[in-house]
Write a protein that binds this ligand. Structure first.
Ligand SMILES: [Ca+2]
Ligand SMILES: [Ca+2]
Length: 393
Protein backbone atom coordinates (compact mmCIF):
# COMPACT_ATOMS: atom_id res chain seq x y z
CA UNK A 1 0.00 0.00 0.00
CA UNK A 2 2.74 2.35 1.15
CA UNK A 3 4.81 1.83 -1.94
CA UNK A 4 1.75 2.25 -4.01
CA UNK A 5 1.06 5.60 -2.27
CA UNK A 6 4.67 6.69 -2.88
CA UNK A 7 4.26 5.67 -6.48
CA UNK A 8 1.21 7.91 -6.78
CA UNK A 9 3.06 10.77 -5.01
CA UNK A 10 5.87 10.46 -7.49
CA UNK A 11 3.48 10.68 -10.38
CA UNK A 12 1.70 13.79 -8.98
CA UNK A 13 3.96 16.63 -10.21
CA UNK A 14 3.54 16.00 -13.96
CA UNK A 15 -0.26 15.79 -13.46
CA UNK A 16 -0.29 19.15 -11.67
CA UNK A 17 1.86 20.58 -14.46
CA UNK A 18 -0.56 19.17 -16.97
CA UNK A 19 -3.56 20.59 -15.04
CA UNK A 20 -1.82 23.99 -14.88
CA UNK A 21 -1.36 23.79 -18.61
CA UNK A 22 -5.05 22.97 -19.07
CA UNK A 23 -5.99 25.83 -16.72
CA UNK A 24 -3.85 28.22 -18.75
CA UNK A 25 -5.44 27.12 -21.99
CA UNK A 26 -8.87 27.35 -20.33
CA UNK A 27 -8.07 30.88 -19.14
CA UNK A 28 -6.89 31.86 -22.60
CA UNK A 29 -9.99 30.32 -24.13
CA UNK A 30 -12.17 32.25 -21.68
CA UNK A 31 -10.39 35.48 -22.58
CA UNK A 32 -10.86 34.76 -26.26
CA UNK A 33 -14.52 33.85 -25.66
CA UNK A 34 -15.21 36.92 -23.55
CA UNK A 35 -13.52 39.11 -26.13
CA UNK A 36 -15.56 37.48 -28.90
CA UNK A 37 -18.75 37.88 -26.92
CA UNK A 38 -17.86 41.50 -26.17
CA UNK A 39 -17.18 42.18 -29.85
CA UNK A 40 -20.37 40.38 -30.77
CA UNK A 41 -22.35 42.42 -28.20
CA UNK A 42 -20.78 45.67 -29.37
CA UNK A 43 -21.47 44.77 -33.01
CA UNK A 44 -25.06 43.84 -32.19
CA UNK A 45 -25.43 47.00 -30.15
CA UNK A 46 -24.18 49.14 -33.02
CA UNK A 47 -26.33 47.23 -35.49
CA UNK A 48 -29.31 47.67 -33.23
CA UNK A 49 -28.61 51.41 -32.88
CA UNK A 50 -28.34 51.78 -36.64
CA UNK A 51 -31.39 49.59 -37.13
CA UNK A 52 -33.34 51.70 -34.67
CA UNK A 53 -32.19 54.88 -36.40
CA UNK A 54 -33.24 53.46 -39.76
CA UNK A 55 -36.49 52.22 -38.30
CA UNK A 56 -37.10 55.60 -36.72
CA UNK A 57 -36.38 57.37 -40.04
CA UNK A 58 -38.57 54.79 -41.79
CA UNK A 59 -41.46 55.36 -39.39
CA UNK A 60 -41.09 59.13 -39.70
CA UNK A 61 -40.91 58.94 -43.50
CA UNK A 62 -43.97 56.71 -43.64
CA UNK A 63 -45.92 59.15 -41.49
CA UNK A 64 -44.91 62.13 -43.66
CA UNK A 65 -45.74 60.21 -46.86
CA UNK A 66 -49.17 59.32 -45.50
CA UNK A 67 -49.68 62.96 -44.52
CA UNK A 68 -48.72 64.16 -48.00
CA UNK A 69 -51.05 61.56 -49.54
CA UNK A 70 -53.90 62.78 -47.29
CA UNK A 71 -53.21 66.36 -48.32
CA UNK A 72 -53.30 65.36 -52.02
CA UNK A 73 -56.64 63.63 -51.44
CA UNK A 74 -57.99 66.74 -49.71
CA UNK A 75 -56.99 68.86 -52.71
CA UNK A 76 -58.73 66.38 -55.05
CA UNK A 77 -61.82 66.42 -52.81
CA UNK A 78 -61.99 70.22 -52.85
CA UNK A 79 -61.58 70.19 -56.63
CA UNK A 80 -64.65 68.00 -57.08
CA UNK A 81 -66.75 69.71 -54.40
CA UNK A 82 -66.02 73.30 -55.45
CA UNK A 83 -68.40 74.49 -58.17
CA UNK A 84 -65.63 76.41 -59.97
CA UNK A 85 -63.40 73.38 -60.47
CA UNK A 86 -65.83 70.45 -60.45
CA UNK A 87 -66.95 70.53 -64.09
CA UNK A 88 -63.62 69.74 -65.64
CA UNK A 89 -60.07 68.65 -64.83
CA UNK A 90 -57.28 70.49 -66.63
CA UNK A 91 -53.63 71.30 -66.08
CA UNK A 92 -54.21 74.83 -64.75
CA UNK A 93 -56.09 73.61 -61.67
CA UNK A 94 -54.48 73.61 -58.19
CA UNK A 95 -54.11 69.79 -58.02
CA UNK A 96 -51.87 69.86 -61.14
CA UNK A 97 -49.49 72.50 -59.80
CA UNK A 98 -45.91 71.49 -59.00
CA UNK A 99 -45.31 71.81 -55.28
CA UNK A 100 -41.99 72.90 -53.73
CA UNK A 101 -40.39 70.73 -51.03
CA UNK A 102 -42.01 71.54 -47.67
CA UNK A 103 -39.65 71.73 -44.67
CA UNK A 104 -40.41 69.41 -41.72
CA UNK A 105 -38.85 69.04 -38.24
CA UNK A 106 -36.67 66.25 -39.57
CA UNK A 107 -36.08 67.15 -43.22
CA UNK A 108 -38.53 67.83 -46.00
CA UNK A 109 -41.56 66.39 -47.82
CA UNK A 110 -42.73 66.83 -51.39
CA UNK A 111 -45.71 65.59 -53.35
CA UNK A 112 -47.34 66.01 -56.72
CA UNK A 113 -50.41 64.74 -58.52
CA UNK A 114 -50.80 63.60 -62.11
CA UNK A 115 -53.98 62.75 -63.97
CA UNK A 116 -53.74 59.00 -64.66
CA UNK A 117 -56.28 59.48 -67.45
CA UNK A 118 -53.86 61.73 -69.31
CA UNK A 119 -51.97 58.49 -70.02
CA UNK A 120 -52.88 55.59 -72.29
CA UNK A 121 -54.53 52.81 -70.31
CA UNK A 122 -52.97 49.57 -71.60
CA UNK A 123 -56.01 47.57 -70.46
CA UNK A 124 -58.14 49.36 -73.07
CA UNK A 125 -56.46 47.02 -75.57
CA UNK A 126 -58.05 43.98 -73.97
CA UNK A 127 -60.55 42.71 -76.56
CA UNK A 128 -64.18 42.66 -75.49
CA UNK A 129 -65.31 39.04 -75.67
CA UNK A 130 -65.54 38.09 -79.34
CA UNK A 131 -66.97 41.41 -80.41
CA UNK A 132 -65.60 44.12 -82.70
CA UNK A 133 -66.54 47.77 -82.64
CA UNK A 134 -67.98 47.35 -86.16
CA UNK A 135 -70.17 44.47 -84.97
CA UNK A 136 -68.23 41.72 -86.76
CA UNK A 137 -66.87 38.70 -84.94
CA UNK A 138 -63.55 38.91 -83.17
CA UNK A 139 -61.35 35.83 -83.29
CA UNK A 140 -58.09 35.55 -81.43
CA UNK A 141 -58.55 39.09 -80.22
CA UNK A 142 -58.55 40.47 -83.76
CA UNK A 143 -61.56 41.25 -85.97
CA UNK A 144 -61.22 38.66 -88.73
CA UNK A 145 -64.60 38.86 -90.41
CA UNK A 146 -64.17 42.17 -92.12
CA UNK A 147 -63.93 43.46 -95.67
CA UNK A 148 -62.23 46.70 -94.62
CA UNK A 149 -58.50 47.42 -94.62
CA UNK A 150 -55.95 46.17 -92.09
CA UNK A 151 -56.87 49.03 -89.79
CA UNK A 152 -60.22 47.53 -89.09
CA UNK A 153 -58.88 44.33 -87.59
CA UNK A 154 -57.81 46.42 -84.60
CA UNK A 155 -60.03 48.24 -82.16
CA UNK A 156 -59.51 52.00 -81.90
CA UNK A 157 -57.57 51.52 -78.66
CA UNK A 158 -55.25 48.94 -80.27
CA UNK A 159 -54.74 51.20 -83.27
CA UNK A 160 -53.99 54.17 -81.03
CA UNK A 161 -51.26 52.14 -79.36
CA UNK A 162 -49.79 51.11 -82.74
CA UNK A 163 -49.40 54.85 -83.41
CA UNK A 164 -48.19 55.70 -79.90
CA UNK A 165 -45.43 53.08 -80.17
CA UNK A 166 -44.10 54.92 -83.22
CA UNK A 167 -43.83 58.25 -81.34
CA UNK A 168 -41.49 56.91 -78.68
CA UNK A 169 -37.73 57.37 -78.96
CA UNK A 170 -36.20 53.92 -78.50
CA UNK A 171 -32.56 54.90 -78.96
CA UNK A 172 -30.12 52.76 -77.00
CA UNK A 173 -27.02 54.05 -75.15
CA UNK A 174 -24.85 53.84 -78.29
CA UNK A 175 -27.34 55.58 -80.63
CA UNK A 176 -26.58 59.23 -81.31
CA UNK A 177 -29.84 60.01 -83.14
CA UNK A 178 -33.40 59.25 -81.96
CA UNK A 179 -34.70 55.86 -83.15
CA UNK A 180 -38.37 55.10 -83.84
CA UNK A 181 -40.22 51.83 -84.37
CA UNK A 182 -41.49 50.83 -87.81
CA UNK A 183 -45.26 50.34 -88.18
CA UNK A 184 -44.92 46.57 -88.74
CA UNK A 185 -42.93 46.16 -85.50
CA UNK A 186 -45.44 48.30 -83.60
CA UNK A 187 -48.25 46.06 -84.90
CA UNK A 188 -46.40 42.94 -83.76
CA UNK A 189 -46.03 44.35 -80.26
CA UNK A 190 -49.73 45.23 -80.14
CA UNK A 191 -50.57 41.66 -81.20
CA UNK A 192 -48.39 40.29 -78.39
CA UNK A 193 -50.09 42.63 -75.90
CA UNK A 194 -53.54 41.51 -77.12
CA UNK A 195 -52.52 37.90 -76.42
CA UNK A 196 -51.16 38.86 -73.00
CA UNK A 197 -54.49 40.47 -72.12
CA UNK A 198 -57.06 38.19 -73.74
CA UNK A 199 -58.34 35.16 -71.92
CA UNK A 200 -57.79 32.67 -74.76
CA UNK A 201 -54.66 30.86 -75.93
CA UNK A 202 -55.02 31.62 -79.65
CA UNK A 203 -52.03 33.44 -81.12
CA UNK A 204 -52.85 36.79 -82.78
CA UNK A 205 -51.11 37.72 -86.04
CA UNK A 206 -47.35 37.47 -86.62
CA UNK A 207 -46.33 39.12 -83.39
CA UNK A 208 -48.66 37.30 -81.01
CA UNK A 209 -47.50 34.90 -78.31
CA UNK A 210 -49.35 32.72 -75.81
CA UNK A 211 -48.32 30.37 -72.98
CA UNK A 212 -46.21 28.10 -75.26
CA UNK A 213 -43.87 30.98 -76.02
CA UNK A 214 -43.62 32.26 -72.43
CA UNK A 215 -43.16 28.80 -70.91
CA UNK A 216 -40.33 28.13 -73.38
CA UNK A 217 -38.32 31.14 -72.21
CA UNK A 218 -35.34 30.82 -69.83
CA UNK A 219 -36.42 31.33 -67.14
CA UNK A 220 -40.01 30.47 -68.09
CA UNK A 221 -42.73 33.03 -67.32
CA UNK A 222 -46.47 32.73 -67.04
CA UNK A 223 -48.73 34.67 -69.36
CA UNK A 224 -51.33 36.77 -67.55
CA UNK A 225 -54.33 36.37 -69.90
CA UNK A 226 -55.89 39.12 -67.78
CA UNK A 227 -55.95 42.88 -67.41
CA UNK A 228 -52.59 44.25 -66.34
CA UNK A 229 -52.12 45.25 -62.71
CA UNK A 230 -48.95 47.19 -63.46
CA UNK A 231 -47.31 48.55 -66.61
CA UNK A 232 -44.15 46.69 -65.54
CA UNK A 233 -45.79 43.58 -67.03
CA UNK A 234 -44.93 45.12 -70.41
CA UNK A 235 -41.28 44.17 -69.85
CA UNK A 236 -42.20 40.50 -70.05
CA UNK A 237 -44.15 40.79 -73.28
CA UNK A 238 -42.67 39.50 -76.54
CA UNK A 239 -41.01 42.22 -78.59
CA UNK A 240 -40.88 44.84 -75.80
CA UNK A 241 -37.23 45.79 -75.33
CA UNK A 242 -35.82 47.75 -72.38
CA UNK A 243 -35.63 50.84 -74.65
CA UNK A 244 -39.27 50.52 -75.74
CA UNK A 245 -40.39 50.04 -72.13
CA UNK A 246 -38.40 53.04 -70.91
CA UNK A 247 -39.70 55.22 -73.75
CA UNK A 248 -43.32 54.25 -73.06
CA UNK A 249 -43.24 54.65 -69.27
CA UNK A 250 -44.31 58.34 -69.03
CA UNK A 251 -47.30 57.76 -71.33
CA UNK A 252 -48.88 54.52 -70.11
CA UNK A 253 -50.79 53.28 -67.09
CA UNK A 254 -52.71 50.12 -66.15
CA UNK A 255 -56.16 51.06 -64.85
CA UNK A 256 -59.06 48.70 -64.29
CA UNK A 257 -61.72 48.76 -67.02
CA UNK A 258 -64.32 46.79 -65.06
CA UNK A 259 -67.48 48.07 -66.68
CA UNK A 260 -66.25 47.66 -70.19
CA UNK A 261 -67.70 44.30 -71.12
CA UNK A 262 -70.75 44.67 -68.91
CA UNK A 263 -71.68 47.77 -70.86
CA UNK A 264 -71.39 46.12 -74.27
CA UNK A 265 -67.81 46.28 -75.39
CA UNK A 266 -66.11 49.45 -76.52
CA UNK A 267 -69.26 51.54 -76.21
CA UNK A 268 -68.95 51.08 -72.49
CA UNK A 269 -65.27 51.94 -72.05
CA UNK A 270 -64.74 53.55 -68.70
CA UNK A 271 -61.74 55.66 -67.78
CA UNK A 272 -61.49 57.31 -71.18
CA UNK A 273 -58.52 59.53 -71.92
CA UNK A 274 -58.99 63.10 -70.64
CA UNK A 275 -58.29 65.42 -73.59
CA UNK A 276 -57.36 68.26 -71.24
CA UNK A 277 -54.47 66.33 -69.71
CA UNK A 278 -53.43 63.92 -72.51
CA UNK A 279 -49.73 64.15 -73.25
CA UNK A 280 -48.45 65.26 -76.68
CA UNK A 281 -47.39 61.79 -78.00
CA UNK A 282 -50.86 60.55 -77.12
CA UNK A 283 -52.49 63.48 -78.91
CA UNK A 284 -50.45 62.57 -82.00
CA UNK A 285 -51.76 59.01 -81.76
CA UNK A 286 -55.46 59.79 -81.81
CA UNK A 287 -57.00 58.56 -85.08
CA UNK A 288 -58.25 61.55 -87.07
CA UNK A 289 -58.70 60.19 -90.59
CA UNK A 290 -61.57 58.06 -91.78
CA UNK A 291 -59.20 55.67 -93.52
CA UNK A 292 -56.65 53.38 -92.04
CA UNK A 293 -53.90 55.62 -90.82
CA UNK A 294 -51.37 53.53 -88.94
CA UNK A 295 -48.97 56.45 -88.49
CA UNK A 296 -49.03 59.08 -85.74
CA UNK A 297 -49.51 62.76 -86.62
CA UNK A 298 -46.30 64.77 -87.12
CA UNK A 299 -44.57 66.00 -83.98
CA UNK A 300 -45.32 69.69 -84.78
CA UNK A 301 -49.06 68.94 -85.03
CA UNK A 302 -48.88 67.23 -81.64
CA UNK A 303 -47.24 70.33 -80.14
CA UNK A 304 -49.85 72.58 -81.81
CA UNK A 305 -52.70 70.56 -80.30
CA UNK A 306 -50.97 70.38 -76.91
CA UNK A 307 -50.56 74.17 -76.70
CA UNK A 308 -54.19 74.77 -77.80
CA UNK A 309 -55.32 72.35 -75.08
CA UNK A 310 -53.04 73.87 -72.42
CA UNK A 311 -54.96 77.14 -72.71
CA UNK A 312 -58.32 75.56 -73.53
CA UNK A 313 -59.54 74.33 -70.13
CA UNK A 314 -62.41 72.61 -71.95
CA UNK A 315 -65.53 71.39 -70.23
CA UNK A 316 -67.06 69.52 -73.15
CA UNK A 317 -66.55 68.31 -76.70
CA UNK A 318 -68.56 71.31 -78.02
CA UNK A 319 -66.30 73.58 -76.03
CA UNK A 320 -63.25 72.07 -77.67
CA UNK A 321 -64.81 72.09 -81.15
CA UNK A 322 -65.47 75.84 -80.82
CA UNK A 323 -61.78 76.55 -80.18
CA UNK A 324 -60.23 78.02 -83.33
CA UNK A 325 -56.76 77.02 -82.11
CA UNK A 326 -57.47 73.31 -82.64
CA UNK A 327 -55.61 72.41 -85.86
CA UNK A 328 -57.80 71.64 -88.91
CA UNK A 329 -56.37 68.09 -89.08
CA UNK A 330 -58.43 67.25 -85.98
CA UNK A 331 -61.64 68.72 -87.38
CA UNK A 332 -64.12 67.06 -89.65
CA UNK A 333 -67.06 69.31 -90.73
CA UNK A 334 -66.88 71.41 -87.56
CA UNK A 335 -66.81 68.42 -85.26
CA UNK A 336 -63.74 66.74 -83.84
CA UNK A 337 -62.92 63.81 -86.10
CA UNK A 338 -61.63 61.68 -83.26
CA UNK A 339 -62.94 58.53 -81.61
CA UNK A 340 -65.08 59.86 -78.81
CA UNK A 341 -65.50 56.46 -77.23
CA UNK A 342 -61.86 56.47 -76.32
CA UNK A 343 -61.04 60.18 -75.96
CA UNK A 344 -64.23 61.67 -74.73
CA UNK A 345 -63.91 63.03 -71.23
CA UNK A 346 -62.74 66.26 -69.69
CA UNK A 347 -62.84 65.11 -66.09
CA UNK A 348 -60.93 62.29 -64.43
CA UNK A 349 -61.47 59.65 -61.79
CA UNK A 350 -57.93 58.27 -61.43
CA UNK A 351 -54.92 60.22 -60.23
CA UNK A 352 -51.31 59.30 -59.52
CA UNK A 353 -49.72 60.65 -56.36
CA UNK A 354 -45.93 60.85 -56.13
CA UNK A 355 -44.49 61.54 -52.69
CA UNK A 356 -40.89 61.99 -51.56
CA UNK A 357 -39.61 62.45 -48.02
CA UNK A 358 -36.15 63.35 -46.72
CA UNK A 359 -35.19 62.55 -43.10
CA UNK A 360 -31.89 63.79 -41.69
CA UNK A 361 -29.02 64.12 -44.13
CA UNK A 362 -29.19 60.97 -46.18
CA UNK A 363 -32.49 59.14 -45.73
CA UNK A 364 -34.88 59.57 -48.70
CA UNK A 365 -38.01 57.57 -49.29
CA UNK A 366 -40.42 57.56 -52.25
CA UNK A 367 -44.00 56.44 -52.45
CA UNK A 368 -46.60 56.26 -55.21
CA UNK A 369 -50.34 55.87 -54.84
CA UNK A 370 -53.14 55.36 -57.33
CA UNK A 371 -56.12 57.38 -56.12
CA UNK A 372 -59.68 56.92 -57.32
CA UNK A 373 -62.10 59.82 -57.02
CA UNK A 374 -65.83 59.55 -57.64
CA UNK A 375 -68.90 61.60 -56.88
CA UNK A 376 -70.65 60.32 -53.79
CA UNK A 377 -74.41 60.04 -53.44
CA UNK A 378 -74.68 63.19 -51.34
CA UNK A 379 -72.82 65.22 -53.96
CA UNK A 380 -69.53 65.04 -52.06
CA UNK A 381 -66.37 63.36 -53.31
CA UNK A 382 -65.45 59.77 -52.47
CA UNK A 383 -61.72 59.17 -52.40
CA UNK A 384 -59.96 55.87 -52.20
CA UNK A 385 -56.35 54.68 -52.48
CA UNK A 386 -56.55 51.82 -54.99
CA UNK A 387 -52.90 50.75 -54.77
CA UNK A 388 -49.56 51.86 -53.37
CA UNK A 389 -46.30 50.83 -54.97
CA UNK A 390 -42.62 51.66 -55.31
CA UNK A 391 -42.73 50.48 -58.95
CA UNK A 392 -45.19 51.67 -61.63
CA UNK A 393 -48.94 51.52 -62.07
CA1 LIG B 1 -61.41 69.87 -61.60
CA1 LIG C 1 -54.15 35.12 -74.28
Amino acid sequence: MHSAKAKVAVKTPPLVEKQKGVALIMAMLIVVLVTAVAIEIRWRFELSISRSANRWAGVQAKAYLEGAEQLAMTILRQDLEDEETSKTDHLNEPWAMDAQPFPTDHGWVQGRLEDAQGRFNLNLMRPPDNQCSNGSNRENGICQNTSFGTCDKYSEAQLTFVRLLQTVNIAGPEDEEPVYLQTAMAEEIVEAIIDWLDNDSEISGYGGAESNYYEGLTPPTTIANLQMISVSELQQIKGVTAEIYRGLLPYVVALPTDNRQANGGEQGITNKINLNTAKAPLLRSIGVTEGCDMLPLPEETGQEIASAIAAGEYESMEDMEADSLIPPVWMNNNTLGIDKNLFGVFESSYFLFYGEVGIGDDYVRNGKSLIKRTKGQNGGADLQVVRRTDANF
